[in-house]
Structures are given as C-alpha cells and as structure tokens.
Design a protein around this ligand. Sequence first.
Ligand code: 9MR
Length: 414
Amino acid sequence: MFPFRKSPAFILSAIILTAVILVLALNKSGETVEAPVTAKIDESPASEKPDPGTEPAKQSAEVNSPSVQTDIPSLADTFKEEFFIGAALEPGQTSGLSAELMKKQVNMVVAENAMKPASIQPIEGQFQWEQADRIVAFAKANGMAVRFHTLVWHNQVPDWFFLDADGKPMVDETDAKKREANKKLLLGRLDAHIRAIVGRYKEDIQYWDVVNEVIEPADPDGMRNSNWYKITGTDYIETAFRAARDAGGPGIKLYINDYGTDDPRKRDRLYALVKEMLDKGVPIDGVGHQTHISIYSPAILNIIDSMKKFKELGLDNQITELDMSLYNWNDRTDFGDQVPEEILRKQAERYKELFEALKSNKGLVSAVVFWGIADDHTWLSTFPVERTEAPLLFDKKLQAKPAFWAIADPSKLD
Ligand code: 9MR
C-alpha cells in the first residue's frame, strides 16, 4: 500500500503529531463551550458557586433589581457654578437607594422632620440628637452642605414650651403681670433651645431656618396668630435670630422661611417685617422661599419678582422646599395608577421654565432644595388627600422623569 518503508523514527513522529493535533482540537472545543462557565464558577467562593442550570434566572433577577442611574448627568455638577442643589431627607434615607441617588445628584441636604423642635427637644432639657446627627454625618461623609430646618415653627413644637410655671397653657392667662412673666419664660426657653442646637452644629451646618411660616395675611396684623405670637408678639422672632447669631457667630447664614412668598399680599407683609427687623439690627441674612407649587400656578415670574425684591434689600434667597403637585390647589381628584403623559410633560416644561429663569437671574438664589428626592417619598401623597402624586424629578423607582431632563439637559426632551 505504501511505496516506501516506514522507519521507527517516522512512526514515532507520526504518533506524536497525531497526539498534538488531538490535544489542540480538544482544547479549542473547551474554550468556546466550557471556558466561560468554568471561569465564572472558579471566581465565586465555594458557598456561592451557582448551579449552571439556575444561572440564567439569577442573571435576569440582577438586571431587574432596583438601582439608581449612574449614567445620567448630576444636577449638583450641572449647577455647581450657580447654586446648591439640595434635597430633604429622613434619617432612614441616609442609606440605601435614596442615599445613592442623593450622592449622585445633590450637594446639600435638609432634614424633613428630624431637626424640628418636637424631634430635638420633646421634653424640656432632654435633647434627642441621634436622628439629626445621622443626617449631619451623612452630609459630612459625602461633602454636602446642610440646611437646618427649623429652629422655630408653630407646628411640630411640643406643648411644654407654652405651659406656665404651674403647668397651665400660657395663652389662657388674662392677668397682665402673669402674662409678662410667661412671655419671659417662653423667650428664655426659646433662647436655650436655640443656643443648645446652634452650639452643637455651628461648624457643620451653615444655613439655618430660624423661623418658619410666621406670616399669615388673613390673621390680625398679617402675622400668624400662633402661640408664639399670642404670647410674645413679634419678640420671638427677634429673640430667635439674635440667639442664633450669638451662638453661631458671623459664619452661619440665618433665614426667615415661608410658603406662598410669590403672593403679593404675603410677600409685602414679609418684606415689611424683615425691613422692620433689619432696621432694629436683627441679624437676618436671607429669605427661604418654600416654593411648593403646582403644574398650574403660580406664574414663574411672580416667584422671581418676589426674590428680586428681597435681594434689593441686601438679602440672599434660597428655594427651600421645591416640589410641583400634579393637581390644581383646590382639586381633590386622583390620577390613580396612570398619570397621563401630558401631565408629566407639563410638569417638565414648568420645571424648565423655573430653572431657566433662575439661570438668567444669576446670583438671585444661592440654593435650590427639593422637598424630597423621588416620588416614592413625598408629603403630597397624603396631603390634602391620599392619592397618587409625583411632584419631584425622579419617579417612584428613583428613575429620572421628563422633569429631570428638562432641567439637566432640555435637548433630551423632544
Ligand atoms: O414633609 C413634612 C411632613 O413629613 C410632616 O408630616 C409635616 C408636618 O407638618 O411637615 C412636612 O414638612 C413641611 C415643612 O416642615 C414646612 N413647610 C411645609 C412642609 C410640608 O408640609
């Protein structure tokens, strides 16, 4: 069969060559089919080695598990030359997905509830710092500024502030001398509350809501007829600002905060009060405009005009509680599961208009703080009735809404 004689050396070479070809062929098929699975299994700790049969299911669970978007712009970066971008949070939101979203998107935080009088000093002399401390620590760890909200308010303030030496409500007192003594007692308590808090956080918190919502045009003299006002007149406002400055020094910025400051009646009463206080040497640095607005009102121009007025008085402005309801103020209906697309679109356009107005009025505000970070957590979902609300820039799954793009990159809105 073969025309030449095969030497033993030839036969040996042929055997070796065949063996090499076989080994190469086997390795090649191993690389394409088995190598990936082998590599994956080898990287996992023994206890976590996946059963190849369940691997595809595990992968799809990973893809669907909630996460925040990392491949979108950061609002804090986008506006870093113009103003802080902030969000209100609860202590529990200092970890988990909300925290991740805030780390990416904001460079300022404010406590939604944890720093109010009822949270910090529920019982006279017994300060509860833990929840407030968590928020301050979160901000510090992530290089964020902090707003303090709020040293004084008529809500979320414990009753003990307003009880006289005998434990009776101060507001019921009719005797002039006793009323005077009560006023002194209340202002002393307020002073102590403020000094303790400002003393603790003055190095960590730069922006302070000293008083919140003291104006009410429908009440006598346009001042909210709260226990504070009934017992002390406007002295509580003066005491609060002076105590804060005294305890915190010139480095902290002190704000008078209110909602509806775009409304000319409220704005003008606030303006008159601030002017009167400044003339007396009361240390007010700025006005906090809550800016709880809706997709229908108020006109953006009114918001801007109001801030311009206060700026002319030499004050800073901050937008302190921004959100935008999907409903008109007197509407109690509910979109339920499906918010119409055109409503979210309208919201995006209004947000865009607001931010464009702020950008074209450089220096008008030093911060824009949202009252929350995403629609999964907003006070509006229970106010004025329980219903679907979506007032923020991120949806219930913490994903960017059209309103986000309207601000971060309007070219992305078709
Ligand atoms: O968002 C806050 C909500 O969780 C509280 O229950 C509520 C209590 O009154 O206060 C909300 O925050 C308010 C803020 O402190 C002052 N401006 C209005 C805000 C919305 O009500």
